[in-house]
Design a protein around this ligand. Structure first.
Ligand code: AMP
Length: 291
């Protein structure tokens, strides 16, 4: 595995791969890798000749009161994991490589990309500017890496839809590939932030997924969606979760629905805090795909 830190080195690798006719796969991450990230690397490995994984904790997508400084950065371990999974290139650019000439100030990056139709609901409500920061940096990285295929997790379904929309609307010459949510054996969706859960919260955290599954069963057995949503919120609150949202949305447009009778696939989306950690999860409501 090559560890590449500059855009210039990466471009040289890209030219060589192109000359050899290689299909280039790309997995963007913020590091603190777990099986969720590595499953995307595995998918890329199956489908591509050259697998590139980037690790960059993107300041543009963190709010001022969020955990940018304390976000875990276990670099040695991450590199070992990527090597184990047969990654060809780990792209680890420095801050100045990505933001040349800029100090550690978040708001002086001149260009902002936005997918407004999908960015203000769900997580966008509480994390203002988060998705604009995410999509701005993602476009920058897609331009540096220039992959044929890029791999994104359904765990962050809103993010995935925003990237798919960016690629579609801007006709970016890349295919976005979805990876299913990877879970701990007890059902908790894997996340780099799970290690911040204390023992008690860690024991309760899988209940989030359990409640979503119960809700799905109730909807499928014919209970009205608004009743099921209200009961789900109450159940989570009684388990100690501070629910930020628990809603059903169309998968494509991410607009909220109040019934599942329409022709389009619908998903349940949840964000809730537990023991100081913000947990996210989603499961398909109307289709038995993936989860
Ligand atoms: P992050 O490092 O959190 O920015 O995530 C990098 C990529 O890994 C994103 O496409 C995430 O959606 C994906 N990812 C994170 N957690 C999981 C998971 N549990 N299962 C599948 N993909 C995941």
């Amino acid at each position: 595995m090559k560890v590449v830190t500059t855009a210039g080195e990466l471009a040289a690798e890209w030219e060589a791969a192109r000359r050899a006719g290689a299909v280039i796969g790309y997995v963007p991450t913020m590091g603190a890798l777990h099986e969720g990230h590595l499953s995307l690397v595995g998918l890329a490995r199956e489908e591509c000749d050259l697998v590139i994984c980037s690790i960059f904790v993107n300041p543009l997508q963190f709010g001022l009161d969020e955990d940018f400084e304390s976000y875990p950065r276990p670099m040695e371990r991450d590199l070992e994991l990527l090597k184990d999974r047969d990654t060809d290139i780990a792209f680890l650019p420095s801050w100045t490589e990505i933001f040349p000439g800029r100090e550690r100030v978040l708001d002086d990056f001149g260009t902002h990309v936005s997918v407004p139709r999908l960015s203000h609901q769900l997580c966008g409500r509480s994390r203002e500017g988060h998705f604009d920061g995410m999509v701005t940096e993602s476009l920058l990285f897609l331009n540096l890496v220039r992959p044929d295929r890029t791999y994104w997790g359904e765990k962050d379904f809103q993010q995935l839809r925003i990237i798919e929309t960016l690629v579609q609307d801007m006709r970016l010459p890349v295919t976005v590939v979805r990876g299913a949510t990877k879970r701990e054996p007890d059902g908790l969706a894997m996340s780099s932030r799970n290690k911040n859960l204390g023992p008690e919260a860690r024991a309760t955290a899988p209940r989030l997924r359990g409640v979503l599954e119960d809700m799905r069963a109730r909807v499928r057995s014919g209970e009205p969606l608004p009743t099921v949503l209200a009961a789900g919120r109450e159940r989570l609150a009684s388990l100690g979760f501070a629910v930020e949202y628990l809603v059903a949305c169309e998968e494509e447009a991410l607009t909220e629905v109040r019934s599942v009778d329409g022709p389009v696939p619908v998903r349940l989306f949840a964000a809730a805090r537990l023991g100081g950690v913000r947990l996210l999860d989603n499961i398909p409501l109307t289709e038995a795909n993936h989860d």
